[in-house]
Design a protein around this ligand. Sequence first.
Ligand code: XBP
Ligand code: MG
Length: 230
Amino acid sequence: TLRALLFDVDGTLAETEEAHRQAFDETFAAEGLDWRWSRDDYRRLLRTTGGKERIRAYLAETGAPGDAVDVAALHAEKTARYVSLLERGGLELREGVAELMDAGRTAGLRLAIATTTSRPNVEALCRCCWGRPAEEMFEVIAAGDEVAAKKPAPDVYTLALARLGIAAEAALALEDSRNGVLAARAAGLRVIVRPSIYTIGEDFAGAETVASLAPADLPRDLHEMLSVRT
Ligand code: XBP
Ligand code: MG
């Protein structure tokens, strides 16, 4: 039986990637780097999950040596800028997310996060979208800065399951990207995908459904659980 819903953050809870892109660009400008990431650049660069990893991938593209910049310092500044962008508001939950979480809670499902993004970004998103700390919204949070390998590796899902103390069969992942589907599947989870602005058109092979979060689009067992109990 299903016991938990595991949510990805970026692209799934909210369309966060334009705020990430802006935080990267503000950081590069403030540090005197003439790097600017267009939407097309960012779509390509997003295939590398994780901000530090993405900066390194970009360095490799430009042919600059890997130690041309202090990646950790740049990324720390990017995180601070992202958090402050969200503090100024303007980011909303994607349609259906709040309803699914409410219905899941009512049906007795446990809610957790399995994300590549850094923990401070999860906190900032919860404060921006709910005005509440993250631990009030999600029982368990597993973030990218806590694991050795980011998505598409299974680590962050495996960590979330371990913290919940449940087996993969008892959980369902909600994702927006191919990397997310691969991570969840590698950890043994079923996955529902709702594509986001940057992931539309990706190959979601392995996902159980590719749809909205509308009740009729949910897998039958989840739909039944939610409609019986609510
Ligand atoms: C999202 C990401 C993240 C964010 C930035 O992937 O790849 O890197 O863009 O986060 P997913 P950090 O939604 O599949 O988890 O800069 O904190 O790494
Ligand atoms: Mg995502």
